[in-house]
Design a protein around this ligand. Structure first.
Ligand SMILES: *Cc1c(COP(=O)(O)O)cnc(C)c1O
Length: 501
């Protein structure tokens, strides 16, 4: 209810009470106004009611219902009494007097589906022309929420240590597809002969597929056990800069792989005139470590785009990514937005917006701090466990999220293969750990890999990885280790049985 309506309400209910109620409404409206004018994360997170006040449209009448509405029904009574700046009500499908006769009028058959989307059904962007970040004429509310999402995402990245973000484009594509979209946008900006993408090896199939899906040819650059960038420099020299579209580096990955030296690669790319895309999938949660690396890379060298997952960083359902670039170097990100063909789903943006408003800057920083503490706790608990079981935690200072526990004490013995330990854990409802055995050969996207899973042809030992990811609790790690201890016991028993039988 706005101020005018409150004034009218005073003729029905005592002025004092209405005024008090009106002040309570105004306090929430001020939060929304501050958000719209400052376009930054609110310092304190909002309660759900305020978030819904910004978003929602409850069941609204269609034109047929409306003929039956008495003339005395105030417009807001058709909804639930929440005031008119509700974004959903600013979209044409929710107008009181809208007659939609086009083929795409945000008609939604199921009430459940309509509610699930807060009646925001037009999506984002504009099919005919412009791009995914363009305003949608039929949907002022959706357009507004989408813009806020891009801005708050930039702010959240800044808070995680990624300074000088010039643009953060939130796309309804998960990380792999967002990398593909970024690579596709690179076409036409590189010499026509540029067909290679140099890619320091990371054994995650998505990464390789994201390059192949863009039509570029991946050149796998092997890692050394003690990382250096020599191999990349040699490749650039050998192939020639004009044959290379870009280098895709990775900052967040399973241990024991370390983050790539993105600063050195950024410098190399600048010298050679080659584009550089950073796969920073869950880098922001490794704040400030990863973001400082990326930040230093885009200050000291060339970084065209940095891609991060929304689910891994912001605890939303899978489906989105943030493609960011430094202020003054946003051409590629803008190209991704403008090449996007057609309209796009808004849900991943809405999920992110709601979550960022729910946390506020304080809540987001707290999440990041808790994750850092969890990493130290996980390392400590894992070391204790390793000592008790004759194993060790692999030294991986270049990886601030994932940890690896050696599985050396099981030796080359009779009994099940070491990967069976992974199945045992999975059977005990532990998900997310990976058991990597030496010597696995794999073919991914037509390319052959030795030692697949370990990011290296010949990693010296078998191991198990554990992630200290955002939202994981110390209790989760403790429970994991208890179940792991039981699995260790059972595995050894099987080995003994196999040896004696
Ligand atoms: C998770 C992850 C991906 C794949 O992300 P999707 O969101 O599933 O596309 C790619 N690269 C890295 C480093 C990842 O961690």
């Amino acid at each position: 209810m706005d101020a005018d309506n409150c004034a009218v309400a005073c003729s029905l209910v005592s002025k004092t009470y209405v005024q008090q109620g009106s002040q309570a409404l105004a306090a929430r409206r001020r939060l929304i106004k501050t958000l719209l004018s400052q376009r930054r994360l609110p310092e304190q997170g909002w309660d759900d009611a305020t978030i819904e006040m910004l978003l929602q449209a409850r069941r609204l009448p269609c034109i047929a219902d409306k003929r039956q509405l008495s003339s005395r029904t105030a417009p807001w009574q058709a909804g639930d009494g929440t005031p008119f700046h509700d974004a959903a009500m600013m979209d044409s499908n929710n107008f009181l007097d809208n007659v939609g006769v086009g083929e795409r009028e945000a008609r939604v058959a199921s009430e459940l589906v309509a509610r699930r989307h807060y009646r925001l059904a037009h999506g984002i962007g504009r099919s005919g022309k412009l791009d995914i970040a363009a305003e949608q004429p039929k949907a002022a509310g959706s357009s507004l929420l989408a813009k806020l999402t891009h801005l708050l995402a930039a702010d959240a990245l800044e808070a995680a240590g990624l300074r000088e973000v010039g643009q953060a484009l939130v796309v309804p594509l998960a990380t792999g597809m967002a990398i593909t979209a970024t690579l596709l946008a690179l076409r036409g900006t590189r010499p026509p002969a540029a067909r290679y993408v140099l890619w320091p090896r990371i054994d995650q199939k998505t990464c390789l597929k994201s390059i192949q899906a863009s039509g570029f040819e991946p050149v796998v650059v092997p890692l050394r056990l003690e990382g250096d960038q020599l191999a990349l420099c040699q490749q650039v020299e050998q192939l020639g800069a004009d044959a290379i579209a870009c280098i895709v580096t990775t900052t967040s990955c399973f241990a024991p792989r370390a983050a790539d030296d993105v600063v050195a690669v950024a410098k190399l790319c600048q010298q050679a005139g080659v584009a550089h895309i950073i796969n920073n999938a869950y880098g922001p949660t490794a704040a400030p470590w990863s973001c400082l690396q990326v930040c230093s890379a885009w200050r000291k060298g060339r970084v065209d785009a940095v891609v991060q997952s929304t689910d891994k960083n912001f605890m939303v359902p899978v489906g989105g990514a943030v493609i960011a670039a430094r202020a003054g170097a946003t051409q590629l990100v803008e190209r991704v937005a403008s090449l996007y063909p057609g309209r796009a789903c808004m849900s991943p943006l809405l999920d992110l917006l709601i979550t960022l408003l729910h946390w506020g800057a304080t809540g987001w920083r707290r999440m990041l701090q808790q994750r850092e503490q969890l990493h130290s706790a996980t390392a400590r608990l894992l070391r204790q466990f390793a000592e008790q079981h004759g194993e060790r935690v692999l030294e991986t200072p270049g990886n601030p999220i994932s940890l690896a526990l050696s599985l050396a004490s099981f030796g080359p013995a009779a009994g099940p293969p070491i990967t069976f330990l992974g199945s045992m854990l999975f059977g005990r409802c532990v998900s997310g750990t990976r058991v990597v055995a030496r010597g696995k050969r794999a073919e991914v996207g037509g390319l052959a890999f030795a030692g697949y899973g370990a990011h290296h042809d010949a990693y010296p030992c078998d191991y198990l990885t554990v992630a200290a990811a955002l939202g994981t609790l110390e209790a989760d790690i403790e429970e994991l280790l208890q179940r792991l201890a039981r699995c260790f016991g059972e595995f050894r028993a099987r080995q003994q049985k196999a040896a004696s039988g």
